[in-house]
Design a protein around this ligand. Structure first.
Ligand code: B16
Ligand code: MG
Length: 217
């Protein structure tokens, strides 16, 4: 198998922002008297802000919310989340993430980011990761979110590579499904990705270089 490009998810793969998303949604859930815990939060991985609110509202028992009210709650969540992102620094990038990116670049792979988050560029800037990527696609550039393959197809095309020459690294079921639908090699990181049956499963990003290096032509 010839793999030339690696397409990375952001939240939950390169940076531990899943916990920050959880804390922000938890605040909204509390205010709306919706039961919400970290297990339920796993359903929001890789899902857009709009779709995340709809999942949260499955257990909402108050009067129906208008579209304008939904927008206010999404804005509230995003405001809380962005406040938390202010604490990110280059030190927020785990050493095994930096090391894996460095080794993969040295091995000749082209690297791209494919994040559903509209905050992805802010996160990359605060953590000094922007320059690590040959291409970046975020939630502001796509019409259909994961599990639709749009984000990864766009990332592959920005690397000027066919999907079959790319591997996707994902922590979410929706992201693995997007990779499969796009015709890329899917690599699941951690237990939340496993139910989508990725082509390869890893427990830590430190396993990536050894796994992929022999696939480079
Ligand atoms: P925002 P990823 C996703 O990012 C997150 O996993 C998901 O929890 C979040 O709701 C989504 O981004 C949208 O994020 O509200 O910041 O636009 O995993 O695709 O990097
Ligand atoms: Mg993710």
């Amino acid at each position: 198998m010839n793999i030339r490009g690696i397409l990375f998810d952001l939240d939950g793969v390169l940076i531990s922002t899943a916990r920050l998303h959880y804390l922000a949604w938890k605040e909204v859930a509390n205010q709306l008297h919706i039961p919400f815990d970290e297990a339920e939060n796993d359903r929001l991985r890789g899902i857009s802000r709009e779709a995340s609110l709809e999942i949260l509202l499955e257990r909402y028992r108050g009067p129906a919310l208008t579209p304008a009210q939904k927008k206010l709650w999404m804005d509230r969540k995003n405001q809380l989340y962005r406040q938390m992102l202010q604490d990110l620094t280059p030190a927020s990038v785990a050493p095994d993430v930096s090391s894996a990116l460095r080794k993969l670049r040295a091995a000749g792979f082209r690297l791209a980011l494919g994040s559903s988050s509209k905050n992805a560029r802010l996160i990359l800037a605060r953590t000094n990761l922007t320059d690590q990527f040959d291409a970046i696609v975020d939630g502001t550039e796509i019409t259909h979110t994961k599990p639709d393959p749009e984000i990864y197809l766009l990332a592959a095309s920005r690397l000027a590579l066919p999907p079959s020459s790319c591997a996707v690294v994902e922590d979410a079921e929706t992201g693995v499904a997007a990779a499969k639908a796009g015709g890329m090699l899917s690599i699941g990181l951690g237990p939340s990705a496993a139910p989508a049956r990725p082509d390869l499963q890893i427990r830590s990003i430190s396993e990536l270089p050894d796994l992929l290096v022999h696939m480079h032509p």
